[in-house]
Structures are given as structure tokens and as C-alpha cells.
Design a binder for this molecule. Structure first.
Ligand code: AMP
Ligand code: ZN
Length: 472
């Protein structure tokens, strides 16, 4: 039996002990990216939270079925969410970039997954695409119509929020308040501003559209996650995650759809991660307040240092991205890696169940099993890194065991010792090698100074130039 784990359920606003519907296996659904633009490190903080949950459950001995979707249709620009002429973000990007919607979705999906790889986020077991689940979305919509929970207006189907009494239970919004965040002057034919679209009639210029019993159209934003979660995890599953802004309307609407169609509870625990901020404002594409994973090396950091930074805050607390915080994260990471590097690699013979190792391990487990208290778990890792009563081998064994949750590649070389080169350094090194070949030592020395300015120290050995990178 895996040790028990308590998780904060947004629905009940309490910590609850996870009781898997199918003992030993935990089903998790995470709302994935809308693939019309590059993901920023704020989005990735939310996926890192899902990854830590995934890894923690596996570490504790559960089998996990992890589903993370790709939103490649239907997500409207926020400000005209349910208006009759709203533009689909992906179609809009296709128009701007002169590509097809599929090309846009494929390109940004690949970019997002590459960012996830760089942050050591484990791949999900299933990554369903919304566009592959349109028939399922139509089925649920038809079922909601049959059950009197939806109505049609001219080829568009709206959910009738007043017919689902539990509406608002997740976000705490009352139905009469739910339109407060929506623009009131938006042109719409809904009966009530709180209602939301399940299916929309396709306008004349719409590229992505499908036949349906109500004519050609396309899905609303929320129905896709009902369709993909029910299909890939079944009619009841354990955990659903996303960023805090998805609580309303996205997840409130998903509950109304899935539970309305099935007539019973579907998700046991809803978990939401807080925002990454920068200059104390939410990191958001719309305000241009963004940093991408690809920007980190130019800032002098390897991407995993951002993973470390994300681990220093609890997932339900805001985290501010600053240069100082990144420096501190990079040095914390280097410290753990150094402790691992000092141990012999035959660490597998060290018994994790023997003292004094076992008590560190049980403190680590207590932390992760208490609503993913990763900052506390990280503090245990740092204690291990310097505990005088542990041998180097024991230290290495324990830290690499913790790394199954932390995902920091603690057995990688310490940054600065064998890390990727900063931008422009490779070309300088090439030019310097050529200068040395030509015995032009003045140029070679000048290039050495240029490299030093980038943080790259060069030594000349019989085998050629060797480099050390100083991550500033
Ligand atoms: P999107 O691609 O806009 O659907 O967002 C993908 C995920 O990122 C969602 O779970 C959002 O809640 C989350 N998200 C958006 N902005 C931030 C932020 N600044 N910090 C953390 N998560 C965010
Ligand atoms: Zn979703």
C-alpha cells in the first residue's frame, strides 16, 4: 500500500486524503496549452506543478495514468468569448502568420513539448488533441440537449446554467454574478449572460468546422476537456489540475457539462496552481509580461534552474520571477549537484531502509505527501547535502532517490562545468581555434577576453580548447 497523500481540493476547500477510485492507479487530467503561441514560463509553472504531482504519486508507489490535452481549436479571444463573431485564437494566428490552423497547432505543440523536455517534465501517457474528439463533443452536447440542460439558437447550442443547480460550486460564483466578468455589450443571443456555448454555428469565413446535427460548426472552449477526460480516464477519475484562472469559467463549465451529461460526480479532487508573476503582475501574453524557456540561457541560466525556482514555492502560492530569485535557484541547484557528484557511483548498494537514511527519507515523504510541500522537501534535500553523519555515498543515494520527485537531474554536471554554451560563444571558440592554428596569438588572446565577457573561461590543452562556463 502506498503511503497516504493529502491534497487540497478546490471543490471542498479542504485537504483530502486521496482514495484512488481504482486502488493503486491514479488518473490525472491536466488542461494543456492552447497552441497558437509559444508557452511562457508562467504556463510552464502550471505544468511543472502537474509534473510534481505525477512524480510524487509514482514515487509513493502509485501507478499513474496521466492525460494532458492539446487545445488546437475553439479557444476564443477572451474579450469576445461568446460573442457571435468572436475569433478563434488559432485561426487568427494562422491568418497572421500565413499558415493553416494545423500548421500553427503543430508548430506550437512541438515548441511547447520541447520546453517541457528542457524542464524535465515527464511526458503524459496520453496527449489527446481537441480536433480528434469532435464526435465525442457532439455526443455530450446532444446528451445535454436531451436532458434539458442546453438549448439551440440558430445552429449554436448553449448550456442553460439555471438548469444545473450545482453551478458555481467550484468557483464559489453565484449564477447571478457569473456574467460580471464578461463584457455586457457583446453581441450575443444567449438567454442568460451566464450561459455558455457548447457548440457554435460556423460563420462564412470559418476554416475549422465540422458537420453536426445542428449544421456546420465548431466546439466551444470547455466541451473539449469534458470529452477528452471522460474518454481517456473514464466516467469517474481522481484528479484534475490546471492554473488558478481555469477554475472559472473553464472548470466550472466542465463540471456542468460532464456531470450534467452523466448525472453523477466525475472528478474527485480539483487542484489549481497559483500564478507566476513578474514585477508583481501575472505573467501573461496579453500584457507582453513574458519570459520563455528559450530566453533563460540568454539570461545566463540553464532551464532546469527555473524548475528549481518553481520548486521553492508551494504550488498554491504566488511566485515572483526575478533575477535574484533565479541566481539563488541556480546556486541551490549547484549545491545539490555538488553533493551528488562527491558520492561514488556504486550508490545502489546503499540501503534506503537503514538508518540514518530512513529518517531523512521519511521526512521527505511526509513533506511531499502533505499537499506537495515541495519547499519543505527541498529543505530536507539540503540538509542531506551537508549532514555530517551521512557518507558521500549515502548522500548521493538519498539525493538521487529524492530526485525522482524533484526532477532536477541531480547527477548532471554542476552548471559551469559542462553546461551548454551561451549564445555566440561557439562561433568565438571556432574563430579562436582558427587563430591558434594560424599562430595568431594576438587574435586568440583578444577572443579569449571576448569569451570571458560571456562567462566562458578557456584553457588550452593538448586536445584543444577546454571551457568552463560561469553562470552569472
Ligand atoms: P493557456 O495556454 O492560456 O490555456 O494556459 C495554459 C496554462 O497556463 C493554464 O493552466 C493556465 O492557467 C496557466 N497559466 C497562465 N498564465 C499563468 C501564470 N502567469 N502562472 C502560472 N500559470 C499560468
Ligand atoms: Zn481544460
Amino acid at each position: 500500500m502506498p503511503p497516504s497523500i493529502r491534497l487540497h481540493n478546490t471543490l471542498t476547500r479542504r485537504l483530502e486524503t486521496l482514495e484512488p477510485i481504482e486502488p493503486g492507479t491514479v488518473g490525472i487530467y491536466t488542461c494543456g496549452s492552447t497552441v497558437y503561441k509559444y508557452a511562457h514560463i508562467g504556463n510552464l509553472r502550471t505544468y511543472l506543478f502537474g509534473d510534481v504531482l505525477h512524480r510524487t504519486l509514482e514515487y509513493l508507489g502509485h501507478e499513474v495514468r496521466y492525460v494532458k490535452n492539446i487545445t488546437d481549436v475553439g479557444h476564443m479571444r477572451d474579450d469576445d468569448h461568446d460573442s457571435l463573431h468572436g475569433e478563434d485564437k488559432i485561426e487568427q494566428a494562422a491568418e497572421t502568420e500565413g499558415k493553416t490552423p494545423e500548421q500553427i497547432a503543430d508548430f506550437y505543440t512541438e515548441a511547447w513539448l520541447e520546453d517541457e523536455r528542457l524542464l524535465n517534465i515527464l511526458p503524459a501517457d496520453v496527449m489527446p488533441k481537441a480536433t480528434d474528439h469532435v464526435p465525442e463533443m457532439i455526443d455530450i452536447t446532444a446528451r445535454l440537449l436531451e436532458r434539458g440542460l442546453a438549448y439551440e439558437v440558430d445552429g449554436t447550442i448553449y448550456y442553460d446554467v439555471s438548469a444545473f443547480p450545482a453551478y458555481g460550486q467550484l468557483s464559489g460564483q453565484r449564477v447571478d454574478e457569473t456574467h460580471a466578468g464578461h463584457r455586457v455589450d457583446v453581441e450575443t443571443d444567449k438567454r442568460d449572460p451566464a450561459d455558455f456555448a457548447l457548440w457554435k454555428r460556423a460563420g462564412e469565413h470559418r476554416l475549422m468546422k465540422w458537420p453536426s446535427p445542428w449544421g456546420a460548426g465548431f466546439p466551444g472552449w470547455h466541451i473539449e476537456c469534458s470529452a477528452m477526460s471522460l474518454k481517456h480516464l473514464g466516467e469517474r477519475f481522481d484528479i484534475h489540475t490546471g492554473g488558478i484562472d481555469l477554475k472559472f469559467p473553464h472548470h466550472e463549465d466542465e463540471i456542468a457539462q460532464s456531470e450534467g451529461a452523466l448525472g453523477h460526480r466525475v472528478v474527485s479532487i480539483w487542484m489549481h496552481g497559483e500564478f507566476l508573476t513578474m514585477a508583481d503582475a501575472k505573467m501573461a501574453k496579453s500584457t507582453g509580461n513574458v519570459v520563455r524557456v528559450a530566453d533563460l540561457p540568454e539570461m545566463g541560466h540553464e532551464p532546469i534552474a527555473f524548475r528549481y525556482l518553481a520548486l521553492t514555492a508551494h504550488y498554491r502560492s504566488k511566485l515572483d520571477f526575478t533575477a535574484d530569485a533565479m541566481h539563488a535557484a541556480a546556486s541551490g541547484l549547484a549545491r545539490l549537484r555538488r553533493a551528488v557528484a562527491s558520492g561514488a557511483t556504486d550508490d545502489q548498494s546503499v540501503d534506503l531502509a537503514a538508518e540514518p537514511i530512513a529518517s531523512y527519507r521519511s521526512r521527505f515523504i511526509d513533506a511531499v505527501a502533505e499537499d506537495l510541500a515541495i519547499p519543505r522537501a527541498l529543505a530536507v534535500a539540503h540538509e542531506v547535502a551537508s549532514a555530517p553523519r551521512l557518507t558521500d555515498r549515502q548522500r548521493r543515494r538519498l539525493l538521487l532517490d529524492f530526485d525522482r520527485v524533484l526532477g532536477l537531474e541531480l547527477d548532471a554536471p554542476v552548471a559551469g562545468e559542462e553546461a551548454p554554451l551561451p549564445q555566440g560563444a561557439a562561433e568565438l571558440l571556432e574563430r579562436r581555434a582558427a587563430a591558434r592554428e594560424a599562430r595568431d596569438f594576438a587574435t586568440s588572446d583578444a577572443l579569449r577576453d571576448e569569451l570571458a565577457a560571456l562567462g566562458v573561461e578557456v584553457r588550452d590543452t593538448a586536445a584543444g580548447q577546454e571551457t568552463t562556463i560561469r553562470w552569472t
